[in-house]
Write a protein that binds this ligand. Structure first.
Ligand code: GDP
Length: 169
């Protein structure tokens, strides 16, 4: 099944977004980074398209934390997904790791949509602009906690879904 991975640094709000999409609290949400240790998946249906959403573990490619296992999991999740929601933190701004991950996604020719999270109100909307420095054409500002623009994000994913019967045909 067409698989959509949610990817991003620890604490950007991956689990919150996943729960928002799944509509129920089945992943663990915590203030401490790195809580999502195992992947959790959910089959979503939107605009008549079915796809699997994976809440993958957060990547952390900092030199001091370059753990073999973590990297292995990160690359495995890359291979597993057909499309990515690349989630970044609109409160914190662009992080050097965001650029690294953006480059890996491009190298691997993995399509993704950049979603800037924690855009809870009008005042924080200005924070979105700096993320264009990552070289993307389009950004979806969202608030996972307030449920803002989640429909637009799902629309975007549905547009990109290639269903199995289309692949077989
Ligand atoms: P993960 O590590 O990427 O899975 O991040 P979590 O989903 O556990 O969220 C990390 C923290 O960010 C939690 O305290 C969430 O409540 C908070 N958070 C997530 N989404 C939003 C959002 O849209 N707005 C704000 N203000 N906080 C958020």
């Amino acid at each position: 099944m067409f698989t959509v991975g949610i990817i991003g640094r620890p604490n950007v709000g991956k689990s919150t977004l996943f729960n928002r999409i799944a509509g129920r609290r089945i992943a663990i949400v915590d203030d401490m980074p790195g809580v999502t240790r195992d992947r959790i998946e959910y089959i979503a249906e939107w605009q008549g398209k079915k796809f699997k959403i994976l809440d993958t573990c957060g990547y952390d490619l900092r030199e001091d934390l370059l753990k073999k296992e973590m990297l292995k999991q990160f690359y495995a999740s890359l291979d597993e997904s057909d499309f990515f929601i690349f989630l970044v933190d609109g409160k914190e701004g662009v992080h050097p790791l965001d650029e690294i991950v953006c480059n890996i996604l491009r190298e691997k020719e993995k399509p993704f949509i950049l979603a800037v999270n924690k855009i809870d109100n009008e005042k924080s909307e200005a924070n979105v602009l700096e993320f264009y420095a990552l070289g993307v054409d389009e950004i979806i500002p969202i608030s996972a906690t307030h449920g803002k623009n989640i429909d637009e994000l799902l629309d975007k994913i549905a547009e990109n879904v290639v269903e199995d019967d289309e692949i077989d045909a």
